[in-house]
Ligand binder design. Structure first.
Ligand SMILES: [Zn+2]
Length: 305
């Protein structure tokens, strides 16, 4: 008898699953935004130090307020070195990224695509879709899709290509889709064609600039070995840990551009905006949710007022 009842329950379950209402996908296929008052922010970079440079300060500020931030390196960085490479370099860079995240209180993961070989494949797109869904993201950050480095460019393309698909339950159906599309924004860059970066939001990061430098300092293989070697100035990197960190701080910080200054003034007011010495800026992507001013203030709870 019990067996029969179980069978009947199973049959009705199967029938339910086979005839979903037109309004609502079957349970478990979509997920609602989180309701605990904390933001879920996910940023994608091509390499295990890219997000840090563009959004490390903002991430430290979100984390300090208890919001959840995940940085994702879409490649494993296994090509970016003059004397090391392959699996050993990937392992080193994954550990550096994890340590960088730890230093500012965020999660940092590295996907296993080869450095220098990233392509906008369906497989890679699904990886990005799953990441955004698993993080139940409110805000997604990524590079713009025009860039000198093909890995940067295709990271931008992949995230753009995921911007609508994250809400489609039948795409990558092993990971419940988002019921509400996140806001997508681009990192700042200096490229002029086909159009220059347009700052829509700017975050003053003076109060966390030391934390951001700490974060960059964790990427020893990059900032103290590979990048200076590429630039031809490896000999100028100081040997001591404190000295090289100081050298890094000097070479990786600069004043906000006039366009970013204008946006700082818009969001903070002219007094605080003009006082900012360090900033990170973001451009709203045309895909995904289009935020109004109230949404931007909710996603960037830094401006006061
Ligand atoms: Zn990079």
């Amino acid at each position: 008898m019990q067996k029969l009842a179980r069978l009947a329950a199973l049959v009705s379950l199967v029938l339910c699953a086979a005839s979903p209402s037109a309004q609502q996908p079957p349970p478990g296929r979509t997920q609602a935004p989180s309701t605990d008052g904390k933001l879920n922010i996910i940023a994608f970079g091509a390499h295990p130090d890219d997000c840090d440079q563009r959004a490390g300060g903002s991430a430290a500020k979100w984390a300090a307020l208890g919001h959840r931030v995940r940085f994702v390196s879409v490649t494993n960085g296994d090509a970016g070195h003059q004397t090391e490479g392959g699996g050993a370099l990937a392992a080193r860079r994954r550990a550096e990224a994890r340590e960088a995240g730890r230093r500012i209180g965020i999660e940092y993961i590295t996907l296993d695509n080869h450095d220098g070989e990233l392509l906008p494949t369906l497989k890679a797109r699904e990886e990005i879709i799953r990441q955004i869904r698993q993080w139940n993201a409110d805000l997604v950050l990524a590079p713009r899709p025009n860039d000198y480095h093909p890995d940067h460019r295709y990271t931008g393309v992949l995230v753009q290509d995921a911007a609508y698909m994250v809400v489609v339950p039948n795409i990558a159906p092993d990971t419940p889709s988002l019921r509400r599309n996140p806001v997508f924004m681009y990192f700042q860059d200096g490229f002029q064609r086909p159009n220059p970066f347009r700052p829509d939001v700017a975050v003053a990061i003076d109060d966390v600039i030391e934390k951001k430098i700490d974060m960059l300092d964790a990427h020893v293989s990059q900032f103290y070995e590979w990048l200076p070697w590429v630039a031809g100035n490896l000999a100028t990197v100081p040997k001591g840990a404190a000295e090289r960190r100081q050298w890094l701080a000097k070479s990786r910080t600069g004043q906000p551009s006039p366009a970013v200054r204008e946006v700082l003034n818009k969001w903070y007011g002219p007094e605080k905006g003009n006082a900012a010495r360090h900033a990170e800026a973001f451009e709203i992507c045309e895909y995904g949710a289009r935020p109004n001013e109230a949404t931007i203030r909710r996603l960037f709870p830094f401006f006061g007022g």
